[in-house]
Design a protein around this ligand. Structure first.
Ligand code: SF4
Length: 414
């Protein structure tokens, strides 16, 4: 664990105020797919990124049968499927909904869009001040049991940080930061309250969520509320700089092994899903965790598992795939001016994406999927690229032949 500290100012800095909302959010789900250029996009919420190998296997089978065969990981530790057909009403096939529900991934149809919870992925297994897995399960169950809270916006995010400072810096609405194994501080859009017992945390978070609903008007986020803050700020928690996980092998507190796997461009093929699911079932507890950095944890291993690396998932912390990401781009996105994923693969192939700051490739100014921290942006257009960042550097236009060189120079400040 790093001993560097960030102030909560850094937390709120990642949460820019939004302009007044004029329309409801349109976050996609299984029951509310988003129509993209390549068919419908479906998002499956998996709170805390926790999913069984059996459920992930079924998602991959559904993706193969109804979509493009790939399972994408999102920055909230959720899953997305693309190229799904819809009927005249815009609904995905009923059989697909039934299979996802049977896999346990749709416990409440009314709450599908509001089960947005990120949690420290290693909690209870490696490091951290507390095991927040029971809180994660309780919060999700009580959220789904409240008909009132089904009205939360689809972008509203709970963040449960076990004290290592990894998920609280994500732009969240409500959250907790563990102080020790028994106490947490509540967080509401950057304000952090006084310590309360951990066993009260789920109830208090839902009280705050109801207060938000009572005051929200058209707001999507706590930070957009007018008037008094939801909780009094009890002072800077001196948040440790947790940050994204490195890839590699870790040892859990119970002595079992854990693989932190990189997923190139956050996209799992059917073979890769089969590899991790087989390893989780044969050598682990049958559970997997999707991280908010679009990686995958294979925990509770009684023995090493070779299948994921053999299938192309990444264990090398120096991999050139470590610091590169891309939006969907063409042909999947109707707004895309160019393809993005081949550009990211090209940069990974040159090795220039291995160091920091990371590189994010987009194909329009919406910058979908951009990392929250400092990074270099490559904007792909029909006739070349614009490289921006890190902050303070002028934009540079270039062609494909010079892209890797320009990115390297931007990173080195030369
Ligand atoms: S950044 Fe633009 S091109 Fe890329 S996915 Fe978003 S809208 Fe589409």
């Amino acid at each position: 664990m790093s001993v560097r500290h960030a102030t909560m100012g850094a937390v709120s800095a990642s949460s820019p105020w939004a302009a007044p909302r004029t329309q409801p959010d349109r976050c996609p789900g299984l029951l509310r797919p988003h129509q993209a250029a390549d068919g419908a996009l479906v998002r499956l919420r998996i709170p805390g990124g926790v999913i069984s190998a059996a459920a992930l296997t079924e998602v991959a089978a559904v993706a193969t049968e109804f979509g493009d065969g790939q399972v994408r990981l999102t920055s909230r530790g959720n899953l997305q499927l693309r190229s799904v057909p819809v009927d005249a009403e815009g609904d995905v096939p009923a059989e697909m909904v039934d299979r996802i529900a049977a896999a346990g991934l749709l416990p409440s149809a009314r709450h599908e869009l509001v089960r947005n919870i990120v949690c420290s992925p290693l909690t209870g297994r490696v490091g951290g001040r507390a095991d927040l897995r029971p809180l994660l399960a309780e919060l999700d169950a009580r959220l789904c049991a409240s008909s009132e809270l089904a009205a939360l916006p689809g972008r509203f995010l709970f963040a449960l940080d076990d004290g290592r400072g990894d998920v609280l810096p994500l732009a969240h609405d409500l959250g907790v930061l563990a102080v020790d194994a028994e106490y947490v501080r509540l967080s509401a859009a950057g304000a952090v309250g006084a310590p309360i017992p951990l066993h009260r945390a789920a109830g208090e978070l839902l009280v705050l969520a109801r207060r938000f609903l009572a005051r929200r008007g058209a707001a999507w986020h706590v930070r957009e509320l007018d008037g008094a803050p939801l909780i009094p700020d009890a002072g800077d928690p001196m948040l440790p700089l947790g940050g994204p996980l490195d890839f590699g092998r870790l040892t859990q507190v119970d002595g079992q092994g854990l693989l932190s796997l990189g997923v190139p461009l956050a996209t799992l093929t059917a073979d890769q899903v089969d590899a991790v699911a087989t390893a989780a079932t044969r050598s682990g507890s049958g559970m997997l965790v999707v991280t908010p950095w679009r990686g995958l944890l294979l925990p509770d291993l009684r023995e090493d598992a070779a299948q994921p690396a053999a299938a192309g998932l990444i264990l090398d912390p120096e991999s050139p795939w470590r610091n590169i990401s891309a939006c969907a781009g063409a042909p999947g996105c109707v707004k895309a001016a160019a393809a993005t994923r081949p550009v990211a693969a090209l940069l990974a192939g040159t090795g220039c994406s291995a160091s920091t700051p990371g590189v994010h490739v987009v194909a329009c100014a919406r910058r979908c999927g951009a990392p929250s921290g400092e990074h270099i942006q490559v904007l792909a257009g029909p006739s070349g690229f614009t490289v921006s960042g890190p902050s303070g550097r002028p934009d540079i236009n270039c062609d494909a032949a010079h892209l890797a060189q320009v990115v390297a120079r931007a990173r080195n400040g030369s």
